[in-house]
Design a protein around this ligand. Structure first.
Ligand code: ZN
Length: 276
């Protein structure tokens, strides 16, 4: 039986969810794929699956508009603990939505993103992005990872490397799917964020706390939350109406239903930790 990749426990069990085999740690509650593909395959996956087209530029702006309340909520929380001026490193920054907002508040920003198309997009809007943490130099006051850790097959090794780029007493902010939430238990492998193609690791509150402690962080808070509140729903509808009117860009019924499903069942963990 494979041992736990977070707490080293031998008290693990193999589970089969549809055609995916996962390892569950009965001690820290971490769940991870029994066969995690090599890092190279993950790099190729991101390289091959994302591209920017003209339509994508428009879709990106629409997305930026509807995620505005979510970003402000995140920034306000971080600014209470580390007010600007300070530096922020966002790992898995996608098209720089978060960095683009937080830099306006007086933060110096840097991103890490494996997708070359998303990196190109960031460069075009003036945000510097590296394709891997190996290319980073220096330290940052805040490191954020929004829905990034679930893509990492060796979270202990990864966080140990990443924290070399966090300043002393620096702040680590993490959001991951909440594998312990009720919807995951109901939907099992049909849960919105059970995506074995690219989500290798799953965390309950206990597992995430264990991981942060193993790599030497002081955990300030971990909470289970709905990432999007009613303000985001309103912003989504406003973006849909605005882009529908001026860009003739309508949302299909299938997408609308998908959005509602994700909004209801997509529960995440939000963690804040300090480098000791
Ligand atoms: Zn464990």
């Amino acid at each position: 039986m494979p041992s736990c990749k977070i707490c080293d426990s031998q008290n693990t069990a193999l589970q089969r969810l549809d055609d995916t085999e996962v390892v569950l740690c009965k001690d820290c509650e971490a769940t991870f794929l029994a066969n995690i593909p090599p890092e190279q395959e993950l790099a190729e996956y991101y390289e091959g699956n994302y591209r920017i087209t003209a339509q994508e530029y428009i879709a990106t702006e629409k997305r930026r508009l509807f995620r505005f309340p979510e970003q402000i909520k995140l920034i306000a929380k971080l600014a209470q603990l580390k007010p600007p001026p300070a530096s922020v490193l966002d790992i898995g920054c996608d098209k720089g939505y978060f960095l683009d907002e937080i830099r306006r508040y007086g933060y110096a920003v840097m991103g890490v993103e494996p997708s070359s198309a998303a990196r190109l997009y960031c460069t075009n809007i003036g945000i510097e992005v590296k394709n891997s943490t190996d290319e980073l130099n220096g330290t940052y006051d805040i490191i954020t990872m929004w829905h990034t850790l679930e893509h990492i097959g060796d979270p202990v090794g990864f966080l140990n490397r990443v924290q070399n780029h966090l300043a002393a007493k620096g702040l680590m902010a993490i959001r991951v799917p909440d594998y312990g939430c009720l919807w995951r238990k109901i939907f099992r492998d049909h849960w919105v964020w059970f995506q074995p193609r690219n989500h290798y690791f799953h965390y309950t509150e206990k597992a995430l706390r264990q991981l942060l402690q193993v790599v030497g962080f002081e955990v300030i808070q971990i909470q289970s939350q709905r990432p999007n509140d009613s303000l985001t729903d309103k912003a989504y509808r406003l973006a849909a109406r605005t882009f529908g009117k001026y860009w003739n860009d309508r949302i299909s019924l299938k997408k609308k239903i998908g959005k509602i499903y994700e909004g209801v069942t997509g529960i995440e963990l939000y963690a804040l930790a300090i480098k000791k």
